[in-house]
Design a binder for this molecule. Structure first.
Ligand SMILES: *Cc1c(COP(=O)(O)O)cnc(C)c1O
Length: 384
């Protein structure tokens, strides 16, 4: 088909051109946004266009899904109205009574849903130290464990999980592996190539990259029965992303490769500079040789360690909060993965059950001049 992507081109090239698709009726380089909620039936009552109604599917959404599937080298992707809706759609598509293993260190919002709410949907949720494959091996219950959920690097300590090791263990016990790869991005890690069965992205973060869309994605290694149930869950719960947001996401993904490589290079530079800062007790970044997950990260992350790091202040929680109040270029806000750098006192967000230390500041490194970022965090840390 003319305009179809060629496997000769790299993911970076294909994403820049949104797969090179041209709108045939207009010959437009930038595809139109399909806003229609309904579609004309053929005279014989069929829907040969593949479109019937806006809640199950949308042509603009399918374009974005094709780009995300290409980025993850996957047969299919599905877009949702948020990262949380993507993740919960997967959990809600498992059979009631399913045992699921989840990390102790993970995105707090999903951890809260899993620990507090998932029980009501019949899920048995078991948190483990996911940095240790032995801990996952011990928790696996052959026949009962349906899913092992991973996040690597994991919020907010940037804990690393060996995806290939866990996939081998999980598959031997008959369980699937899903990876929240939001912070790794498809540029640095391809979980499916490492043996994972599903990948989730909070597309709100790096995929969109401009802090102006809330969106989520699931990617699958196989279009199987579970994938069909996830699609049904999205349809009946009305979790599909809107077409306007989808358009912004497609535009954001054109520069994904450039943005995340720039952010990761700056994050590495800042992590090294901050490593011997007198105000800091620790710098948590998987690119640093002293990070407990460094060896695994160096193997499974190709080309960079991501744009996220955390720092722990010697002077404690109040000093951390005061430091965040003194930055001028770093913006004091939650979220991550945008072009602008953000700083956040994470324990204030995560609540009392979080493994996040109270002296920790999470840094989402954007694409500003790294010298400006470095000077600004340094003056904030040094001020009385
Ligand atoms: C933000 C985030 C989520 C949740 O995504 P939303 O779009 O906010 O629902 C899940 N996982 C990670 C790692 C995130 O950073």
């Amino acid at each position: 088909m003319p305009g179809d992507p060629s496997p000769r081109f790299s993911p970076r090239s294909l994403a820049v051109q949104a797969l090179g698709r041209i709108d045939e009726p207009s010959r437009a380089l930038v595809p139109p946004i399909h806003l229609s909620t309904t579609y004309i039936r053929d005279p014989d009552n069929q829907y040969r266009s593949g479109n019937c109604y806006g809640r199950p599917d949308n042509p603009s959404v399918r374009e974005a899904e094709a780009i995300i599937a290409m980025l993850e080298a996957a047969p299919a992707a599905m877009l949702f109205g948020s990262g949380m809706s993507a993740a919960t759609a997967l959990f809600l598509s498992l059979e009631p009574g399913a045992h699921v293993i989840v990390p102790e260190v993970m995105y707090w919002g999903l951890r809260a849903w899993l620990v507090i709410d998932a029980r009501a949907f019949g899920l048995l949720v078991e948190p483990v130290d996911a940095s240790r494959p032995e801990a996952i091996a011990a928790a696996l219950r052959p026949g009962a464990t349906r899913l092992v959920w991973l996040e690597t690097p994991a919020n907010p300590l940037w804990t690393i999980t060996d995806i290939a090791a866990v996939a081998a263990l999980a598959h031997a016990a008959g369980a699937l592996v899903a990876v929240d790869s939001t912070c790794a991005t498809p540029v640095f890690t391809r979980p499916l190539a490492l043996g994972a069965d599903l990948v989730m992205h909070a597309a709100t973060k790096y995929l969109n990259g401009h802090s102006d869309v809330v969106a989520g994605a699931l990617v699958t290694a196989r279009e199987d029965d579970l994938w069909a149930r996830v699609r049904r869950t999205r349809t009946v719960l009305g979790q599909i992303l809107g077409p306007l947001e989808t358009y912004l996401l497609i535009r954001g993904m054109r520069t994904l490769d450039l943005r995340v490589r720039a952010a990761a290079a700056s994050a590495m530079e800042l992590a090294l500079r901050l490593s011997d800062h007198p105000a800091l007790a620790a710098v948590l970044y998987p690119g640093l040789e002293g990070h407990p997950g460094h060896a695994v990260a160096a193997r499974q992350m190709v080309g960079g360690f991501g744009g996220m790091l955390s720092i722990r202040l010697r002077a404690g929680a109040a000093a951390a909060i005061a430091t965040a109040a003194r930055t001028r270029l770093w913006k004091r806000a939650t979220s991550l993965g945008g072009v602008e750098s953000l700083i956040e006192h994470r324990a204030s967000v995560e609540g009392p059950d979080s493994p996040c230390p109270s002296d920790l500041l999470r840094l989402s490194v954007g694409i500003e001049d790294v010298e400006d970022l470095s000077a600004d965090i340094d003056q904030a840390l040094r001020a009385p």
